[in-house]
Structure formats: structure tokens, C-alpha cells
Design a protein around this ligand. Structure first.
Ligand code: GUN
Length: 290
């Protein structure tokens, strides 16, 4: 009996450790298949409208990735590209038109916008029920990067309640909503930023169970910082070196339990969360029309 129990427990431990090995790529592939299956039960195909202004190469690449993902799963996705001399009034009028368009479930305006167009004015105009980015005031959605990170960690069995979570960076699109979401999951949350002293940064990182970095400084978090050996490091940094190669905020292979890669990490989770928000927007709209 004892032998059987031990072998059962051993089996559970093996399963748990195998579950831990699910990479972000595998998780995203699994969730995309679930989204494809869920689409089959909808009376119509969800429709995303992406607006990009100007010719920033990084924005062009991000938008390509988002529309590729959307179409791969079976959503409709229009990409509207406007010239960099587009006026704020012109962009606002296009957004108002898309807000009223019953065919469109989600609107995304890729950031950053060219000088002369206020991001706040844009975010004040996108209808909260179509704001699949989760950026606008009273948006019906959780911002994509925090949402994607949390859903992956939940799948991995990470228990948030009572954990020390440290967020580096206080941007409106990642740091602040990430901290808010972790707080809602009962983490003890500390937000560090450019004015934090190095001594304090070292202290908080040393005691963190979960670190989310979104500071955009290549390899800034290196071996000079001490981490818990079972810490989880989530790298939101996307930094390009002089050869165009991508690197995160953390140097790779730190001695911790898990560290997300760059590339092939958080970017994929953000894109997945966008599709999840779009599906939710469509389902909400179908319910409203019932
Ligand atoms: N620019 C960088 N990340 C994002 C994002 O998640 N959404 C939008 N709209 N622009 C971005």
C-alpha cells in the first residue's frame, strides 16, 4: 500500500514537472487551437481593425505579427496604414467611423504615434467595448501584456497569493496595469523605476518570487543581482543590438526556476491575449444584440 502510494505521488510529481516544461510557444499553440475550436461555435467571424500611422519599422513588424496571428486562428483582420503626416483630427475621425461600424469588434491603434498626435486623445476616442488593447479609460478588457503573462503563469501552476512580485517600469501600457493585475491576484507588489536606488533595487530583487521587467535596457538585470533560486523572471524588454538581434532586459540563463526568453517569450503572450480579448469583444457584442 505504502509502495503504491509512493509510486502514485512520484507519478504526480513527474506530471507536475512535465507541466512546468510547457514552453511559451507550446502554450500559445495550445491556446490558439482552443480559440479556433471556440470560433466554430460563433455565428460570425470576429473582426479586428488595426490602424498604423507612419513607417516605424518596429511597429510595422509588430502589426504584421498581430495580423498574421489573427488570420492564422481564423479571425478577420484589416490593417489600415496611414502616412506619417496624418493629422490627429483625421485619425480621430477614422476611429469614430470604426467605433460605429457594426462589422468591427475590435480596434487597435499601434503605438507609438508620430509627433503631433496625442496618444491620450486617441485612447479617449476608441470605444471601451472595442478597445481590445485594454488601454482606454473604462476599457472592457485587461491590457494584453499583463493578461498574457498571468494566463501563462496560471497554466504553469504558479500560485500568486502572498508572493512577492516586483515590477520594473511604470509605463501605462505594461508596468502599471501589470502591478494592478498582480495586486488583484493577492501578490505583494513592489514597483521599481528609474528613481529607485540601486541598493533598494538589489534588496527587492533578492526577495522577489516573481520579477516582471519592462524597462527596455538590454541585459540590465545580470549576475550582479541576486535572485531567489526558485524565482520566476518575466522579460518584457525588447531591445535590439547593433546587428538587429533582439535581447531582453535580463541576461539569459540566470540561476532561477524559470526565465522567459526573448524573442519567443512575452511578445507571443501579448499577441495571444489580443486574440482572446477580440473573441471576448465579439461574444459581448453578440450578447448585447440578443
Ligand atoms: N506598441 C507596443 N506595444 C503595443 C501594444 O501592445 N499595443 C499597441 N496598440 N501598441 C503597442
Amino acid at each position: 500500500m505504502i509502495k503504491q502510494t509512493l509510486s502514485f505521488v512520484k507519478g504526480l510529481l513527474i506530471c507536475a514537472s512535465l507541466m512546468e516544461l510547457m514552453t511559451i510557444k507550446e502554450f500559445v499553440a495550445k491556446r490558439k487551437q482552443e480559440l479556433r475550436d471556440e470560433l466554430k461555435s460563433l455565428p460570425r467571424v470576429p473582426h479586428l481593425c488595426i490602424i498604423r500611422v507612419g513607417d516605424d519599422p518596429a511597429s510595422e513588424a509588430y502589426v504584421k505579427g498581430k495580423s498574421k496571428d489573427a488570420m492564422e486562428v481564423g479571425f478577420y483582420c484589416d490593417v489600415i496604414v496611414l502616412p506619417s503626416d496624418t493629422s490627429e483630427a483625421g485619425l480621430l475621425s477614422l476611429i469614430r467611423e470604426k467605433n460605429l461600424d457594426k462589422e468591427i469588434d475590435g480596434i487597435l491603434v499601434q503605438l507609438p504615434l508620430p509627433k503631433g498626435i496625442s496618444t491620450k486623445a486617441i485612447n479617449d476616442t476608441i470605444a471601451p467595448e472595442k478597445d481590445v488593447d485594454g488601454f482606454v479609460l473604462n476599457s472592457h478588457f485587461i491590457p494584453c501584456t499583463p493578461k498574457g503573462i498571468v494566463s501563462y503563469l496560471q497554466e504553469e501552476g504558479f500560485l500568486f497569493a502572498g508572493k512577492n512580485a516586483v515590477v520594473l517600469g511604470r509605463s501605462q501600457i505594461v508596468g502599471i496595469p501589470m502591478a494592478r493585475l498582480l495586486l488583484s491576484l493577492d501578490c505583494d507588489v513592489t514597483v521599481l523605476h528609474s528613481k529607485t536606488s540601486d541598493e533598494d533595487r538589489k534588496f527587492y530583487l533578492k526577495h522577489a518570487d516573481l520579477v516582471v521587467s519592462a524597462i527596455g535596457k538590454m541585459g540590465y538585470l545580470n549576475e550582479s543581482y541576486e535572485f531567489k533560486k526558485d524565482a520566476i523572471l518575466v522579460d518584457v524588454g525588447i531591445n535590439r543590438d547593433e546587428n538587429g538581434k533582439l535581447h531582453g532586459d535580463f541576461v539569459p540563463s540566470l540561476p532561477v526556476k524559470m526565465q522567459t526568453p526573448v524573442p519567443g517569450g512575452v511578445g507571443l503572450l501579448t499577441r495571444l491575449a489580443l486574440l482572446e480579448n477580440l473573441l471576448e469583444a465579439t461574444k459581448n457584442e453578440l450578447l448585447r444584440r440578443k
